[in-house]
Design a protein around this ligand. Structure first.
Ligand code: NAD
Ligand code: TYD
Length: 348
């Protein structure tokens, strides 16, 4: 092994796809997955790679400075791909502090370990995975570019914005080699059923109400998770140190149109009809951003990345995965599982 890379949050949705890609594509890398295994972390996501020689799982908290420092020393970490986070906007509204702890303090803790252990080495990289939500809401037809002013509206996006600022501050102050990408909404296999698409897939399977917030007019730009991972791979290896890159799917949909499309796709696959009658318009999320839309021309022009799937193609693959993995859904939704809106509205 000639290079050890610490991937945080590798048992989560996007992190597990990143781990798989790096473990299988780069046998010369030693991949260390540091994950606390919160409700969103699930080692089942990594069943197929857990026995690979170049993979090591460490259960732990990114806020634990002793643990993180020991990992840097023991493995001689040369790269960090930082995904660990509290990631759900609704939860950030009911419990903002845990978002500050993990997303801000946890990130700063990792940055400190990198500064202390890397000194002036230039062959290292701290790659921070962030979100387009830091830019706030944008009116059509405008798009977020890398120079759009930060204007976060939820505790989640405020915590991610804060972590982005710390990453840039460590670049400017300590010359830490960093890179940031801000990506639009991801979907695909292994996404915990609290985000819109897997909530609806799970509820359609179980013929339960599909909670659409407000009037369903909010627009999101959807990206299939493996396209995000391809961008992460490219940026980790070829992105310019100190730079920010936006990543988006060029797939803007109103929530209501997306949910209707999902109903059609699933009815066809399940040989049913009328799933759209499960749609319920529920009380809107406080501070709900109306529209996110990404201009990803920088990574497209500089590095040749493109999203490979449109929303219809990506949903098709995603639904197939959930239908073939109903035991996964059952495991993650057993026990204490409740989505925010189930807690609020569906305990009746
Ligand atoms: P997720 O919630 O599915 O997974 C987060 C992972 O982090 C889990 O495995 C969890 O156990 C782990 N974790 C949480 N707190 C931790 C801590 N204190 N220490 C160690 N591990 C901890 O999240 P996701 O959707 O896969 O998102 C991953 C990253 O990508 C996040 O940083 C998120 O902000 C960013 N992002 C997500 C999206 C999206 O649409 N999901 C879009 C853009 C950016
Ligand atoms: P979500 O998947 O939570 O991602 P984010 O808030 O980070 O964009 O939500 C996507 C959109 O779907 C957002 O506009 C909120 C809306 N939404 C619903 O209408 N119903 C739901 O049950 C959920 C979880 C989200």
């Amino acid at each position: 092994m000639n290079k050890a890379i610490l991937i945080t949050g590798g048992a989560g949705f996007i992190g597990s796809h990143v781990i798989r890609k790096f473990v299988l594509s780069y046998p010369d890398y030693q991949i260390i997955n540091l994950d606390k295994l919160t409700y969103a972390g699930n080692l089942e996501n990594l069943n197929d790679v857990e026995h690979q020689d170049n993979y090591q799982f460490i259960k732990g908290d990114i806020e634990d400075s002793k643990l993180v420092d020991n990992l840097f020393v023991e493995y001689s970490i040369k790269g960090v791909i930082h995904l660990a986070a509290e990631s759900h906007v609704d939860r950030s509204i009911s419990d903002p502090l845990s978002f500050i702890q993990t997303n801000v303090l946890g990130t700063v803790n990792l940055l400190n370990a990198a500064v202390q252990n890397w000194h002036a080495q230039t062959d290292c990289l701290f790659y921070h995975i962030s979100t387009d939500e830091v830019y706030g809401s944008i009116t059509a037809p405008d798009l977020f570019t890398e120079s759009t002013t930060y204007d976060p509206n939820s505790p989640y996006s405020a915590s991610k914005a804060s972590s982005d600022h710390f990453v840039r501050a460590y670049y400017n102050t300590y010359k830490l080699p960093v890179l940031i990408s801000n990506c639009s909404n991801n979907y695909g296999p292994c996404q915990f059923p609290e985000k819109l698409i897997p909530v609806c897939i799970n509820n359609i399977i179980n013929k339960k109400p599909l909670p659409v917030y407000g009037k369903g007019e909010n627009v999101r730009d959807w990206l299939y998770v493996e396209d995000h991972v391809a961008a992460i791979d490219l940026l980790f290896h070829q992105g310019k140190v100190g730079e920010t890159y936006n990543i988006g799917g060029d797939n803007q949909f109103k929530n209501i149109d997306l949910v209707n499309l999902l109903c059609q796709i699933m009815d066809q696959k399940l040989d049913r009809s009328g799933s759209e009658h499960l749609i319920e318009f529920v009380t809107d999320r406080p501070g709900h951003d109306l529209r996110y839309a990404i201009d990803s021309s920088k990574i497209q022009d500089e590095l040749g990345w493109r999203p490979s799937l449109d929303l219809k193609e990506g949903l098709d693959k995603t639904v197939d995965w959930y239908l073939e993995n109903e035991d996964w859904l059952e495991h993650v939704t057993s026990g204490q599982y409740q989505t925010y809106y189930q807690e609020q509205y569906f305990n009746r």
